[in-house]
Design a protein around this ligand. Structure first.
Ligand SMILES: Cc1ncc(COP(=O)(O)O)c(C=O)c1O
Length: 392
């Protein structure tokens, strides 16, 4: 067989999504790949039913159906306070996954560098490789996941093209404060680099923390490319709908990348999703309340079992420390991946090994998500109780 490209030999499949496949094989409760096991809002499901009979069933405009772009611009203008032109500043993509890839392909030349905070969402490493960019990692330091601004500036001094900011941050649940965003933004302006943000968890945030959109900060709009998604906010991860917001110049270039990558997101789903974007404030308030209850319930359960964990400020993820298990003879020499595989088989709950998120050599953390119905979380905690038998 002729040789495959070097590109595909430099990264593996997604460990997150691999854990889902292993969980399915063993019938484990899947707290690895982050997606809800409950329904989207009724309005959105009803709209989908209607669309099945009324259409559209053919291609939408490549950069997104007009009514969806208008709905995105209206909703995001309202929540971020920045004016957004649906014609020139919005691009609808196949999930935020494509939004990030399109954004990076739009701004990076092969050989360019991009700053990435570590821990990071797994996709960014592969995104960088696919567009030929070199990631430079800046640590977010546990337990609070603070960063050293001097290190960020040192990174910018190496001539980077962009910095990626995931806010709220998967997997560590950090919510960047306005002061932190201003500091990063000022450096981006000083060194004339882009900020590419990933804001898919903007509405899954726990008081007193609140989300600030980098692009809404004074003077930042032209330097920021905002990647976002409908997956998490409306519990429709399988619909694959996301979007990019940016300046007219950036978006018109990103539209070309997107056009040839995917032509467009699914037209019937775009039509039905408009109903989600039109939901009232009360929807976002109840989403926040729902996830706050789930977070409190799941973390209290982890505490009862005696599992050490961080306190997520946003997202539906929590990192659990498994060092006390790895220190024991029966687990000795195990990687976090092997521990997760053991946990799927023996405990019946799936998590993601932390090493897939950290540039640093981190082997003692695993990530759970709690976007699950109450009964599923109860059953997961019941099963996790068995871990007590493996503690000293
Ligand atoms: C931080 C982050 N960005 C992007 C995505 C992917 O979103 P989408 O379903 O819109 O592609 C995820 C999914 O887990 C995520 O956690």
């Amino acid at each position: 067989m002729p040789e495959l490209s070097q590109r595909v030999q430099t990264f593996t499949d997604s460990v997150i999504r691999r854990m889902t496949r292993i969980a399915n094989r063993y019938g484990a409760i899947n707290l690895s790949q982050g997606f809800p096991d409950f329904d989207p809002p009724m309005e959105v499901m009803d709209a989908l039913e209607k669309v099945a009979h009324q259409g559209p069933h053919q291609y939408s405009i490549t950069y997104g159906a007009k009514n969806l772009r208008e709905a995105i611009a209206a909703k995001q203008s309202k929540y971020t306070g920045m004016p957004i032109d649906p014609e020139t500043q919005v691009l609808v993509t196949c999930g935020s996954t494509e939004a990030m890839m399109s954004a990076m392909m739009t701004v990076c030349n092969p050989g360019d560098s991009v700053l990435v905070f570590s821990p990071f969402y797994e996709n960014y490493g592969a995104d960088a490789i696919l567009c030929g960019a070199n990631p430079i990692y800046i640590p977010l330091v546990p337990p609070t996941y603070q960063f050293d601004l001097a290190l960020v500036e040192k990174g910018f001094q190496q001539g980077v093209k962009a910095i990626i900011v995931c806010n709220p941050s998967n997997p560590c649940g950090k919510v960047f404060s306005e002061a932190e965003l201003l500091a990063i933004g000022n450096l981006a302006l000083k060194y004339d680099a882009f900020v590419i943000t990933d804001e898919v968890y903007e509405h899954i945030i726990y008081p007193p923390y609140h989300h600030v959109s980098m692009a809404s900060l004074p003077g930042m709009f032209d330097h920021v490319i905002t990647c976002n998604s409908l997956s998490k906010t409306y519990s429709i991860t399988g619909w694959r709908l996301g979007y990019v917001i940016g300046s007219e110049e950036v978006i018109s270039a990103a539209k070309k990348v997107h056009d040839f990558l995917t032509v467009g997101a699914a037209a019937p789903l775009q039509e039905a999703a408009v109903k989600g974007l039109e939901l009232l404030d009360s929807y976002y308030q109840s989403l926040q309340k729902l996830y706050t209850q789930k977070r409190d319930f799941f973390l209290a359960g982890l505490d009862r079992i005696g599992l050490k964990h961080n306190e997520p400020q946003g997202t539906y993820f929590v990192l659990v420390d498994i060092q006390e298990f790895l220190d024991q003879e029966m687990f000795s020499g195990m990687s976090d991946l092997e521990f997760c595989e053991w946990m799927i088989r023996e405990i019946g709950v799936a998590a993601v090994p932390g090493s897939s998120f950290f540039k640093e050599d981190v082997n003692h953390l695993i990530r759970f998500h709690f976007a699950r119905q109450q009964e599923t979380l109860e059953e997961a905690l019941y099963r996790l109780e068995k871990l007590k038998n493996y503690k000293k």
